[in-house]
Design a protein around this ligand. Structure first.
Ligand code: IDP
Ligand code: MG
Length: 170
């Protein structure tokens, strides 16, 4: 009985919500990317400043959640790096504490978020980038961002499958 009603509620609410974009946004130019605040940045209490930078740089946060990677999910997420020398270290690091996962929207969101992040190696990052400000080295680099439209779709789909279902452009 309860199960039946929960399904009814889910069907009802899913038709009430849509992607939270703004009316003045030109949806044809809007691109979506997957972003993550990594465990080192959360542990160092840099979540607030990173979210401020995201907003100050014109990104709209479409959804956001704090979760912790299970080892298997982390290995799946970083599948492209399986077999590389740093893979074990990367998985230990990314599963060491909570992460904040987000979908960001903006024109050229993928490229612009990677620019705001800075390069993988935080010690080589330019002033003003998030990895310059909050990263430590090539492993503990505070944030993640999709590197192409294909990875954005794959990464958003892993964490927020409903968004893909609700929105054809994603
Ligand atoms: P990206 O995060 O800038 O896209 P990727 O090459 O996709 O960089 O690597 C994924 C993550 O793996 C990096 O963000 C970093 O945490 C870690 N990593 C990458 N290269 C190295 C390395 O050479 N040594 C140790 N860790 C690395
Ligand atoms: Mg990458």
């Amino acid at each position: 009985m309860l199960k039946k009603n929960i399904w009814k509620l889910l069907i009802l609410t899913s038709s009430l919500f849509s992607i939270p974009t703004y009316n003045n946004e030109n949806s044809q130019n809007t691109e979506y990317t997957f972003a993550m605040i990594k465990p080192d940045a959360i542990y160092a209490k840099n979540t607030g400043p990173i979210i401020s930078l995201i907003e100050q740089n014109g990104f709209v946060i479409i959804c956001m959640q704090k979760v912790r990677f299970a080892r298997k999910s982390a290995e799946l997420f970083y599948g492209e790096h399986q077999g590389k020398s740093f893979f074990e270290k990367l998985i230990n690091y990314i599963t060491s504490g909570p992460i904040i996962i987000m979908v960001l929207a903006k024109k050229d969101a993928i490229k612009d978020w990677r620019m705001l992040m800075g390069p993988t190696d935080s010690t080589k990052a330019q002033e003003g980038t998030i990895r310059y400000l909050f990263g430590t080295d090539v492993t503990e680099n505070a944030v993640h961002g999709s590197d192409s439209p294909e990875s954005a779709k794959r990464e958003i789909g892993l964490f927020f499958p409903d968004l893909i279902r609700l929105h054809n452009n994603l």
